[in-house]
Design a protein around this ligand. Structure first.
Ligand code: GLU
Length: 318
C-alpha cells in the first residue's frame, strides 16, 4: 500500500534502526504524577534496555488533551531523573507528531482500508458482553455506504477494516500473542468521532517510525497490543518485540489498592526515603533484590545481568 513518502521513509529508517540495535521506550500519559506501579514499570523497562546496552527513549502520550494535567509532564521528567532513569535524546511528544499520524490516516484512507462508523458508544455498550468484557466491534457500519461528513450533527469515527486471519507478536515474558483480527480484535478506531487521532494509531506509527525494537510496559496493555499490531500490519510493517510486565500486586496477589497504587514519589519522600531506598523497594517488589535493599539504578545495572531480570519476570510474582 503506498503511504505518503515521508512516512514510508521514516518507517523504513525505523526498521533499519531496530534491526541494528536495541531501542526501548517509556511512554507515560501526562494525566498526573507517576504512581508506584508506573515507577516500577519504568525501572523494569529501563533495566531491560540498559542491561542490553540499548537506547531508552521517553515519549509523552499527550494526545488526549482533556485528560492531560498541567504540571504532569514536568513531574514525570523530574521523577525519572531523581530515580536515575536517564533517557536518550529529546523528550518526544505525541502532540508534536500529529502530522505524521495524519499522513498515516490519509494513506490508509486512500488505500480503502478505512470506513466511517456512526455507531454511538451507547449502542456498542448495549450490544457488548456484560461485566465489561472487552467488546469486539461487531462491524455494523462495515458495509454501509455512509459518507465521511457531518450527519445529524455528528462526524463519524474512522475504523480500520481488519483482514481475516491471525495477528501475532513476540512476548518476552509469556507465550507469543496471537489474536484473530476480525474475531478477537475487531475493526480498530483510528480517528475518533470527536476528531481526535486515536491512541492506537499514534502508538503504532510511533513504535515504527522511532525504530522501537522492544516495548516493555504493564500487562494491562496486553489487549491493546492486538489493536496496535493490526495498525502496524495495515501500514505494511511487523511489530516490535513486547515484554508485558506484571502490575504490582500486594502479598496476597491483589492489585495495589487505589490509595497504595496512587502513591508516587511524593508519598515515599514524605516518609523520608531517598532515591536508593525507593529504587530498592521497586526492585525488591519485582524480586530483583532482597526486601529493604538500598541501591541506585546505576548500581542495579552493575549487579544484574539480563538473565536476572528475565528470570524474575517470568517466575511467580509478588
Ligand atoms: N501512555 C499509555 C499509558 O501510560 C501507554 C503506555 C505504553 O504503551 O507503554 O498507559
Amino acid at each position: 500500500m503506498p503511504l505518503p513518502s515521508h512516512l514510508q521513509a521514516l518507517i523504513d529508517r525505523g526498521q533499519r534502526q531496530r534491526e541494528q540495535a536495541y531501542r526501548g521506550r517509556f511512554a507515560p500519559s501526562p494525566t498526573g504524577p507517576l504512581h508506584r506501579g508506573n515507577l516500577r514499570t519504568a525501572l523494569l523497562s529501563w533495566l531491560h534496555a540498559r542491561l542490553r546496552g540499548g537506547a531508552w527513549l521517553l515519549r509523552i502520550d499527550d494526545l488526549d488533551t482533556p485528560r492531560n494535567r498541567p504540571g504532569a509532564e514536568v513531574s514525570i521528567l523530574a521523577d525519572l531523573a531523581w530515580l536515575g532513569l536517564n533517557w536518550d535524546g529529546p523528550v518526544l511528544r505525541q502532540s508534536e507528531r500529529r502530522g505524521l499520524y495524519a499522513s498515516a490516516l490519509s494513506g490508509l484512507r486512500r488505500a480503502g482500508r478505512l470506513y466511517p462508523c456512526r455507531c454511538s458508544r451507547r449502542l456498542l455498550a448495549d450490544v457488548s458482553a456484560p461485566h465489561g468484557a472487552l467488546a469486539v466491534y461487531p462491524g455494523f457500519c462495515r458495509d454501509q455506504a455512509s459518507g465521511w461528513g457531518v450527519e445529524r450533527g455528528r462526524l463519524p469515527s474512522w475504523r480500520l477494516r481488519l483482514e481475516a486471519g491471525p495477528l501475532g507478536w513476540a512476548e518476552a515474558y509469556g507465550p507469543p500473542g496471537v489474536l484473530d483480527g476480525p474475531a478477537a480484535i475487531g475493526d480498530v478506531v483510528v480517528r475518533r468521532a470527536d476528531g481526535y487521532l486515536a491512541y492506537h494509531l499514534a502508538t503504532a506509527v510511533d513504535e515504527l517510525s522511532l525504530g522501537i525494537s522492544d516495548v516493555v510496559r504493564g500487562d494491562d496493555l496486553w489487549t491493546a497490543t492486538g489493536a496496535q499490531v493490526a495498525v502496524m500490519a495495515a501500514l505494511g510493517a511487523t511489530p516490535p518485540r513486547y515484554g508485558h510486565v506484571p502490575l504490582w500486586r500486594d502479598g496476597a496477589g491483589r492489585r495495589l489498592s487505589k490509595r497504595e497504587g496512587a502513591e508516587g514519589l511524593e508519598g515515599y519522600r514524605q516518609r523520608g526515603w531517598d532515591a536508593a531506598a525507593v529504587v530498592g523497594d521497586l526492585a525488591a517488589s519485582a524480586g530483583l533484590v532482597a526486601p529493604g535493599s538500598r541501591i541506585s539504578a546505576a548500581e542495579l545495572l552493575q549487579e544484574l545481568g539480563p538473565e536476572h531480570l528475565d528470570r524474575a519476570l517470568t517466575g511467580p510474582q509478588t
